[in-house]
Design a protein around this ligand. Sequence first.
Ligand SMILES: Cc1cc2nc3c(=O)[nH]c(=O)nc-3n(C[C@H](O)[C@H](O)[C@H](O)COP(=O)(O)O)c2cc1C
Length: 408
Amino acid sequence: MEISLLSSSLKNKAFEPALLGKLELRNRIIKAATYEGMTPNGIPGDRLLNFHKNITEGGVGMTTIGYCTTEADGRISDQMMYLHDEIRPQLTTMTAELKKSGARVSGQMTHCGNFSKNRHMQRLKRPLGPSPQINILGIPSGLPFAGAMTHSDIDHLVQTYHDAALLMKEVGFDATEIHFSHGYGLSQFISPKTNKRSDEYGGSLANRMRLPLRVLEAVRKAVGDDFPILGKMGLTDAVKGGLNEDEAIEVAAMLDQGGIDALITSGGTSSYNVMKMFRGDSIIKGMIEIEKNPLAKLGMKLLGPSLFKEYPYEELYFLDGAKRVRDKVQCQIVYIGGCTTMDSLETVMNAGIDFVQLGRPLLKDPRYVNNATAALNEGRNYINGCTHCNRCVALIEHPEGIRCPEND
Ligand SMILES: Cc1cc2nc3c(=O)[nH]c(=O)nc-3n(C[C@H](O)[C@H](O)[C@H](O)COP(=O)(O)O)c2cc1C
């Protein structure tokens, strides 16, 4: 397909400056949070910096540092980074270096809640979520049970988000993203599947949203009105008894009323149905290949087929849900999920969606924006080349972190 078939609105809209809240981005393409696996012993160093430098120098409007936990015990493994004072110098250097390219820098604040295999917990003895449950991920690490948070654990969690957001602003991040989805801490409270509490944090949707809304309020208090807060929400847990799309639209409305600047409309959960999030080839093959623990390997082989459902890849697999959210809220919308082609980008822009987050396409081609704009200017189509093999996902456990194996 030649450029003549692509409307000029695509060129103008996707690749031209836009405001995210009050922050100007040089275009509407944002690198999605993809946990990089590049913080050995939790320290963000040159590897993480260079990974994002490649992407920011490739033209994106903003990059997002993936899975920055708000406290040490919010980590799935002890190799993850948590936002705390001792890494201020590294974070300050990283944001300053990345911003030299003209891109903005965001970071995803998250917490694993009851989904962890971290044997080196600091404050807690075992992972905590809304309610007691089996922690499947933790079984091979000797953490088979997760407990329920007390009110004081909940207050502590809110405070960690506040402090982490403040730190992010102080070390030079331009925006922050709160992870409300994918089966991690806050989404465990939102989901009726994992939240079985009978106090004011469980039961009705209003109660299940109490903690996420407290977190949003605390983060806003920390960063002030001019600092964009994005929220990554789930359109569905895609599991029986979990969050469905009708309730998710209400979640969006509540976050909107709570003052979020932009909503990223994802779905699926790492705990129950991760392929809903990715679509394409099952990630289990790559995971088995790189897993070293024989017990975990065996568990994966046995449980793999039931844990990882087949969802054949299709472009724009979350677009219908994103449009429903768009129609419900006042805040900005960030599309995520299978936006690989220029046609898809145009479709998203034409749907009145403000920004696009790209995960795998930017792993495949960190220079996506520069290459796509060059192609458009020369009258050529841009082909990204991501095959949705999802082998990148398995590499989050690799000592050198994630990459697109198709580029090797
Ligand atoms: C290697 C990898 C790691 C990921 N890690 C995260 C993460 O830390 N936080 C998150 O919210 N989503 C994570 N995701 C999901 C992506 O942000 C995104 O929702 C998903 O890949 C679909 O978008 P895409 O089709 O543009 O890749 C990850 C995806 C990949 C491929």
